[in-house]
Design a protein around this ligand. Sequence first.
Ligand code: SF4
Ligand code: SF4
Length: 114
Amino acid sequence: MVDFGFSLLKARQINYDHNDRSIAGYIYEREPSFRLCIECGGCSATCTTGNFTRFSLREINILIKRGENEEVRHEIRKCMLCGKCTLVCPRGVNTRNVITLAKEAFQKRGINAI
Ligand code: SF4
Ligand code: SF4
């Protein structure tokens, strides 16, 4: 990691050298609209699962982009694939397909996310 002469709190650090962003790459390749996400949270506000649990698609999107996949793997199984988030996204991100592809990417690695 580069030494900038100061450091961030450990909990605030994102180690891109260590993180695995291949799940994000898998999604970008098959659903390019994922690149348009501005992390506004509209999807989370309307999410059916989010109304009953602390599940947040906005957070999932951020974690996937960062390559912090462990929490994503645990969380995305809560998604019911109802598609409400896709209807409200102001950027036209096919969020439902993003989640489907994320699950598919985990499965191809032999990791069960469903
Ligand atoms: S509503 Fe669309 S742009 Fe906003 S956080 Fe969700 S996926 Fe991203
Ligand atoms: S498809 Fe999943 S993330 Fe989107 S609104 Fe439905 S339960 Fe929430």
